[in-house]
Structures are given as C-alpha cells and as structure tokens.
Design a protein around this ligand. Structure first.
Ligand SMILES: [Fe+2]
Length: 365
C-alpha cells in the first residue's frame, strides 16, 4: 500500500484503505477501482490523498492502532454529542447524556484496541476532510494521547480518563461564535481572547452536567496550559499542570499542525515532529516529547521519501528506537528512472550511515 496525494490520483488505481463520506458512510471500500467521478468526490471532500494498492507497494503494510470502523463510529458519536450539547444549551432536546455515554463507550473500545496494538507506531497519514475537522481532530487527539499514556504505563482507569478528556477537550467551543471559530484570516486580540475561553467553558460544562471523573474535566481545563507557564487560562507551570493535561496539550498541537486549516496549510508529519521536539521543555514536557517521537513516525509507512544519495523510495517499515532511519523500498534512481525495487535499511546497514532522508518526494505514479 502507498499514499498518493490527490494530484497524483489516476483512474484505474485500486483503493488500499476504505474511504468514508461526509456522513461517515463507506464511500469506497478497499480494493475498489477509482473513476474520474470518485477522484472529483475525493477532492471535493477535502481529502489530502488516499492509500492505493498496486504491484509496486503490495508488500508494504500500513497498520492503524485502532480499527477503521471504530474510528468512524467514534467520530460520528462525538459529532452527535456536540450537536445535542449545542441544542441543549439553547434549550432544546435533552439527549446529550445518551450521546456522552456512547462517547464513553467508544473511549473504552479505543483503549482496548490500543492496548492490543501497543507495539504499533502511528504510521498513518491522517485522512480528514474539511467539514468535520473538530471531530476527526478530537478522535485523533484521543488516540495519540492514549498511545502516549500506554507507553507511560498508565492503568486502564487513567487511560479512560485521558481518552475522555482528549476526545472532549474542545467541547467548550460550542459556546464560541462560529464566525470567530472559522475565521479564515488573522484573529483580532478581542477575538482571540474569546476563543481562549473555550477550555474554561468546557470544564464548567462537563463538571456541572455529567458524571465525568474530575481528572478528565481538569485536563480539559488545562489542555492549553504550557510547560513553561506561557499557556492559558491560568499560566500554570511544569507539574502544576496535570499529567493528562500535559499529554493532551502535546497531542492537540501535533494533530492541529498536520491538518489543513482555513488559515494555514498542513505540515508534513516530519515537520510537525521537529516543532514538537524543538518545544520539549518549552511548550511541552520533554519526557513526553521523547515518548511521542518513539510512537509517531515522522515518515509514515507508504510515503515517498528522497534520500541524500539521490534515490527515491517508499517507506516500508519504521522503528520506534530510530524514527529517522526507516526501511525504504527504493524505486527511482538518481536520474528519476524506475529501477528494479530494492530495500535499504537505514537503521541497520552500516554502509548507509551517511545517507539521510532529505524530504518527502512528490508523487510518482
Ligand atoms: Fe482547545
């Protein structure tokens, strides 16, 4: 399987990983062949690209840490929880408790999936589409946070609290004017001050309304506090911020950076990882940044990379202990010509120690 950005998609390619539409229903199942109509639909939904299967990449396996359908169900249940919460705050229907209960169940399932796959790294290029950014993002933050929590050796109950806080971290945004939230241009200082209230709004709402463990709603309050005291709402510093709050802060920033936003183009995983590492001990707890770098691949499996010796290949495997040194299936020579593919192992081959990855390559079809 390999990742093909939308501009490289061609009719006749076979889908490697199922795709979902705006209602989180199956749009294209694994193995189906794409047509021009589907390519247009994929572009319209705002997908950055899709995974495809072909002979070149048949031996490359891309594994997720949770099941596809669980991810989609979690996104859908969260969306409903937000919609009903919004209605409730406006005096509407009272169905939120059920929706929050479903979200709690989703978190329990996500924790179990991640515990089962705890040796797996995050190797996926994330496929979000524009409209449901908040829900895709929140589920991702939950998955990333639980993964970090598992590495830290947290118990199931703490993992549940962590996941619940992570998936609901931005629920306070329902109280913020949508025009400010979705503003494509720079915010004024007044608008930014309004947005910054969302963590307190979320904390108050969860604390007063639901049976949610205090560790979870405190983490919602603290998810924008920074390790050096420069965050909000309280400017707390280092361990004054709860462990769960520190984890969510890091995962929230990473996932936001790797997403397309109205005001900013997404960063590559490798670029976002550099930002995270550079902020270890500044914005983030350095111990957590190190764990994060072990579990999230800067060059995910299935992506094309350029090497410093001029060759181009597809990442075929990542190693937790050496995230910058994956195994790569070389497919193009220095002149950009197709060659008989061969695997190079940047981690273990001592003759390749001076070869580095210089970047992600534009698509080769
Ligand atoms: Fe937030």
């Amino acid at each position: 399987m390999r990742f093909v950005p939308v501009h490289g998609l061609m009719e006749g390619m076979a889908v490697g990983k199922s795709l979902y539409d705006i209602n989180h229903k199956l749009l294209l199942s694994q193995g189906s062949v794409i047509t021009r109509t589907y390519i247009d639909r994929i572009v319209q939904l705002g997908y950055q690209g899709i995974y495809i299967d072909d002979n070149l990449s048949a031996d490359i396996e891309v594994k997720d840490v949770i099941r596809d359908e669980l991810r989609m169900k979690a996104i859908q249940s969260l969306k409903e929880a937000f919609i009903y919460t919004d209605l409730e705050t406006k005096g509407g229907q009272k169905q939120v408790k059920d929706k929050i209960d479903i979200t709690k169940m989703m978190i329990t399932n996500i924790v179990e999936d991640i515990l089962e796959n705890k040796d797996t790294m995050i190797n996926l290029i994330d496929l979000k589409f524009f409209d449901d950014y908040t829900f895709f993002h929140s589920v991702n933050v939950a998955v990333l946070s639980i993964l970090v929590g598992v590495e830290l050796g947290l118990m199931r109950e703490q993992l549940f609290n962590l996941g619940l806080a992570a998936i609901l971290h931005d629920i306070g945004k329902i109280y913020i004017d949508k025009d400010i939230l979705n503003k494509p241009s720079k915010l004024t200082s007044e608008e930014y001050a309004i947005i910054k209230k969302h963590s307190e709004f979320g904390y108050n709402y969860l604390k007063e309304t639901y049976e949610i463990p205090s560790a979870a709603y405190v983490a919602v309050l603290q998810h924008h506090e920074q390790y050096d005291g420069q965050g909000y709402p309280s400017g707390k510093i280092k361990e004054e911020i709860s462990l769960l709050g520190r984890i969510i802060c890091l995962c929230d920033v990473y996932d936001a950076l790797t997403s397309n936003r109205p005001y900013r183009k997404q960063l590559l995983p490798s670029e976002a990882m550099e930002y995270i590492m550079a902020n270890g001990g500044v914005m983030f707890d350095v111990k957590l940044t190190k764990i994060f770098a072990r579990k999230v691949a800067p060059f995910p499996v299935g992506t094309y990379v350029r090497l410093s010796n001029g060759f181009v290949g597809i990442v075929s495997e990542n190693f937790e202990e050496a995230c910058m040194r994956p195994r790569v299936k070389i497919v193009l020579d220095r002149q950009g010509k197709r060659i008989m593919p061969r695997i190079v192992d940047l981690k273990n081959d001592r003759y390749l120690r001076n070869v580095t990855i210089t970047g992600i390559n534009d698509i080769i079809s």
